[in-house]
Design a protein around this ligand. Structure first.
Ligand code: MG
Length: 362
């Protein structure tokens, strides 16, 4: 099954989050997704996603010029060989970062093609038992002011979410959120790498009474796994990290340092679904809970959904915002804190042509 055509499509989809202060793209409230489509000579077209954040036309150009041409004529079912060749060819661009994001997208699209060729939904192809839905946690954008955070937590609980993650740095936001959530809602805090080890120890001590399920990326820089390990020894709050690591070898160092209770690889950053399966196995051997990061609204979100269904991940991350359109269609839209697992072959869904027409960035 030969690859005949490769295309990347950048979307910027507006969202509403009722008072959030997070902006990925200038002053506008938009989520971007850089989607990748790989066509074959035998029918199946697969979709992947490159991790994106802001103004990613440069990233699209990198994919279009350095990655897409290398795929033409390759056998789409040779996923491991294609991934390895791309990685080796570009390893001196860095093993963490934009080239790894591009390789990840290719790996994801090829798994979609393989699922279609096999006639199996991706989660079944990965060995999962039949599963119709996966519970989500509401991953809030940043609100800053504790009352505004707590109001959004209340809204998420009303919408049916049993678990809510904050993106905040104030201990007072945790206190207000626990009061708003009640005792039965799981609460997590993602700080996005703000603190020194000493600051993290002080803040963690103050947050211990509020029953956090985990504290995510509390220290700077993210690759200092020894600081995370020292914090983990000093606090009773479980530690989560991993969205900024690039490959299996990075996760080995993280696990051997005793840095995390929850590991959060992002399949659109850390070399795709193929790498995630290895990381999940290694995590299991180290008694670390595999809990993939998911910042995506495009195909990568559905890939992560299939991975979560296959590996029985207890909760999948989903941004708690109202999107102007669900890029992969309303069948994968969250509903009451859960999402249906597509049952068709491969991803079981594809980008909505209307969403592409309305929100494409050229
Ligand atoms: Mg995070």
């Amino acid at each position: 099954m030969k690859i005949t055509r490769v295309e990347s499509i950048l979307l910027a989809v507006p969202f509403e989050d009722h008072g959030g202060i997070w902006r990925a793209s200038g002053d506008r409230k938009v989520f971007q997704t850089l989607m990748v489509r790989i066509d074959t000579d035998q029918g199946p077209s697969g979709w992947g996603e490159v991790f994106t954040k802001n103004g990613e036309l440069a990233l699209k150009a990198l994919f279009d010029t350095h990655v897409a041409p290398a795929l033409i004529g390759r056998d789409a079912t040779h996923i491991g060989a294609i991934k390895r060749d791309l990685e080796k060819q570009h390893h001196n661009f860095g093993r963490v970062g934009v080239m790894a994001f591009c390789v990840s997208a290719v790996d994801l699209a090829l798994w979609d093609i393989l699922g279609q060729a096999a006639g199996l939904p991706l989660y079944r192809l990965l060995g999962g038992a039949t599963r119709t839905e996966v519970p989500l946690y509401a991953s809030l954008t940043r609100y800053g002011e504790p009352r505004a955070v707590a109001n959004t937590v209340e809204r998420a609980v009303r919408d049916g979410y049993g678990a809510v993650k904050l993106h905040e740095v104030l201990v007072d936001a945790v206190i207000a959120s626990r009061a708003a959530a009640g005792r039965d809602t799981a609460l997590m805090l993602d700080t996005n790498c703000p603190w020194s080890l000493a600051e993290a120890k002080r803040n963690a001590k103050r947050m211990e009474p509020y029953d956090l399920m985990w504290l995510e990326e509390p220290t700077w820089p993210p690759e200092n796994v020894h600081a995370l390990a020292a914090l983990r020894r000093a606090t009773s709050i479980p530690i989560a990290a991993g969205e900024n690591a690039g490959s299996l070898a990075d996760y080995r160092v993280m696990f051997e340092a005793g840095a995390v209770d929850f590991v959060q690889p992002d399949i659109a950053k850390a070399h795709g679904l193929s790498e995630a399966l290895k990381i999940a196995a290694l995590a299991e051997a180290h008694d670390v809970q595999f809990m993939p990061h998911c910042f995506m609204i495009g195909p990568g979100y559905v890939h992560t959904l299939h991975l979560a269904a296959a590996l029985e991940v207890p909760l999948l991350e989903r941004y708690y915002v109202e999107l102007a359109a669900e890029p992969l269609g309303d069948s994968v839209k969250p509903n009451g804190g859960r999402v249906a697992v597509p049952q068709g072959p491969g991803l079981g869904c594809a980008p909505d042509p209307d969403a592409i027409r309305l929100y494409r960035v050229e």
